[in-house]
Design a binder for this molecule. Structure first.
Ligand code: NDP
Ligand code: GDR
Length: 334
């Protein structure tokens, strides 16, 4: 029988890449999407008819149970979350409901429906927060410092708890920042590449950013979703840090993006306190050696390649009119 997967957050950046990856592996792919999910359907419109969309919300445990009961997937990937750190300050209770308790709703539904279902939880490097040391590995203590990362720490430990105390095959992959042309427009990398492309096309004149000194370990989303699948194919479940082990600053990202367009970034970039967040004193930097040694996983896209891929995609999409004609099937399916 062909393996089957249920992907929560299928309309998001990672969900769309994971759905593509699983289809290529021969999986039957089911996705969970909210009734209100209207903004992001374009990320999966090219999978027209190849994935089955079920309407549900991580806030609704009855809906999760029903879908799991009907679909009976062999694997569940929990990628859905309220994912933007500043929004987690604006909506801390909502963020906890979705990003923390949503994981418990899903795990408990799995436990009731079929304990053999394998489960992947999308953890975050934000859980390390004010880390004592760099790089961070699976044994580095967490010190979350915003409502989003506190919720992710909860989800990490509830995943470990259902594994250790309930015997589920459950993995928490601790993902460092990963980007792509499908990255949400509010995140810094996409904001940079999209605005730089707009400036190149004469559609914008300025890019307003926060902390240019902030540094991140940035990789390509396509590589990270592959690691999720690899984690669920092991003999034993475990937790894995996934990242490149390389740091770059926001300023470096800006410079690389503008240089690719033959623009001097200094003529266009302004620092705006509205977007400013203090940088970590100890940087968030991955030690992905366990993933490399046990899974054989490693990133395939270098920093400069990633920036250029995103700039090129934004330039191409801004140069052509928006086509929404393919979203009808999704709305009907949901
Ligand atoms: P996105 O923000 O692109 O996607 C989030 C997804 O969650 C969307 O499909 C969204 O649906 C869905 N969602 C939000 N709230 C709910 C809800 N209440 N019920 C059901 N679905 C909901 O995130 P990414 O793809 O970038 O990230 C995937 C996962 O990996 C997330 O859990 C994120 O926290 C984690 N992660 C990501 C990192 C990164 O760098 N990208 C790094 C570390 C962890 P809708 O279309 O309706 O909004
Ligand atoms: P992050 O991603 O908070 O790391 O969370 P984001 O791209 O928002 O910020 C990265 C760094 O860039 C700095 N920055 C700005 N950020 C934004 N959004 N806008 C700006 O104008 C700006 N200027 C500077 C930030 O201060 C920060 O240091 C992402 C999300 O995908 C989470 O869900 C995930 O868990 C973590 O990555 C790992």
């Amino acid at each position: 029988m062909a393996p089957s997967a249920l992907v929560t957050g299928i309309t998001g950046q990672d969900g769309s890449y994971l759905a593509e990856f699983l289809l290529a592996q021969g999986y039957t792919v089911h996705g969970l999407a909210r009734a209100t999910s209207t903004g992001n359907l374009e990320r999966i419109q090219h999978l027209d008819g190849r994935v089955t969309i079920h309407e549900a919300d991580l806030l609704d445990e009855g809906g999760l149970f029903r879908i799991l009961h009907d679909v009976r997937p062999t694997e569940v990937y929990n990628l859905a979350a309220q994912t933007f750190v500043p929004t987690s300050w604006a909506k801390p209770v909502f963020t906890s409901e979705v990003t923390a308790l949503g994981t418990t709703r899903l795990l408990d539904a799995i436990r009731q429906v079929d304990e053999n279902i394998r489960f992947y939880q999308a953890g975050s490097s934000e859980m390390f927060g004010r880390a004592h040391s760099a790089p961070q590995s699976e044994t580095t203590p967490f010190w979350p410092r915003n409502p989003y990362s506190v919720a992710k720490v909860y989800s990490h430990w509830i995943t470990v708890t259902y594994r250790e105390s309930r015997g589920l095959f459950a993995c928490s992959g601790i993902l460092f920042n990963h980007e792509s042309p499908r990255r949400g427009k509010e995140f810094v990398t996409r904001k940079i590449t999209r605005t730089a492309a707009k400036i190149k096309l004469g559609l914008a004149t300025e890019l307003r950013l926060g902390n240019l000194q902030a540094r991140r370990d940035w990789g390509f989303a396509g590589d990270y979703v592959r690691s999720m699948w690899m984690q669920l194919q092991q003999d034993e479940p475990s937790d894995y840090v996934i990242g490149t082990g390389e740091l770059h600053s926001v300023g470096e990202f800006v410079e690389t993006a503008f240089a690719h367009l033959n623009l001097d970034w200094r003529n266009y970039v302004a620092v705006d306190p509205e977007f400013y967040r203090p940088a970590e004193t100890v940087p968030l930097l991955a030690d992905p050696s366990q993933a490399r040694d046990r899974l054989g996983w490693q990133p395939t896209v270098e920093f400069e390649q990633l920036v250029q891929m995103m700039v090129d995609a934004d330039l191409a999409s801004l140069s052509q009119p928006l086509d929404t004609s393919h979203t009808d099937w999704l709305r009907k399916a949901a």
